[in-house]
Design a protein around this ligand. Structure first.
Ligand SMILES: [Zn+2]
Ligand SMILES: [Zn+2]
Length: 253
């Protein structure tokens, strides 16, 4: 199994996960035009996509989902709450998914995981290949829960949210209400919370760690690298950070 970020941040998110014979997207927070360009950059034939898994209804995750799925005639997988917010409950391509109920797709199984975030019914995902490799994709959550730690245990690849530095957030440009939302239990993970999560999930089978959903206003990439490199026992330059406007390299598990 291999994976690649097609962009990550508050202006759009999409993660491509593929095996030899099929691929899926987790979120599509970009226009159809942009996502098609980025699939091409990643050298992934769109016809191999078997569905888009949507974490929640926020525009940076869901904006381009319906247009892409209609173009390719592939399923939209989301919770009922997300579908209701997006107006998909009557849509022919919508498939309802529930936490704790894996979706089996040939060479990949997708496990939806409930997370605390200020959306209707947000889910995040662990993808497991038939070869037993596990990729955990996790963003848009305000706090860590025992359920999340259990669900993401034993992942060989982790793509985690490192949204903000608390000091930069408090001194940054956001109005007080928005600041409180981001920092709250239903907001986003800080660099420190991301580090704590990584510490809890670190094990000898972990091959790749990437950090994403990095705020352009309330964080600095050096701070993310510094915070995570200590836990990974590597140099700050070696920590892989995702970009808003460009795709990442493919990572193999
Ligand atoms: Zn988001
Ligand atoms: Zn969100």
């Amino acid at each position: 199994m291999r994976y690649c970020s097609l962009g990550s941040g508050s202006r759009g998110n999409a993660t491509l996960v593929a095996t030899d014979d099929q691929a899926l997207l987790i979120d599509c927070g970009f226009s159809r035009k942009v996502i098609m360009q980025r699939l091409q950059e990643a050298q992934q034939n769109p016809q191999t996509l078997v569905g888009v898994f949507v974490t929640h209804e926020h525009g940076d995750h869901a904006k381009g989902v319906q247009a892409l799925c209609e173009l390719l005639d592939i399923p939209i997988y989301s919770s009922f709450g997300t579908a209701r917010k997006m107006g998909w409950t009557e849509h022919a391509l919508w498939q309802c998914i529930r936490s704790e109920q894996p979706v089996e797709l040939g060479s990949m199984d997708v496990f939806p995981v409930v997370v605390p975030h200020d959306a209707e019914e947000p889910l995040q995902f662990v993808v497991q290949s038939t070869a037993g490799k596990r990729l955990g994709v996790l963003s848009d959550l305000g706090t860590l829960t025992p359920h999340i730690l259990q669900a993401y245990n034993g992942c060989h690849g982790l793509q985690l949210e490192a949204n903000h530095d608390p000091v930069m957030l408090m001194n940054g440009p956001y109005p007080p209400g928005l600041r409180a939302r981001v920092a709250g239990n239903f907001g986003h993970l800080s660099n420190q919370q991301c580090a704590e999560l990584l510490q809890r999930l670190h094990w000898q089978g972990l091959q790749h760690v990437t950090a994403g959903h990095i705020s352009e206003k309330n964080n600095a990439r050096e701070l993310v690298s510094q915070t995570l490199s200590g836990i990974l026992g590597c140099r700050a330059e070696e920590v892989k950070l995702l970009d808003q406007d460009s795709i990442s390299a493919w990572l193999h598990l």
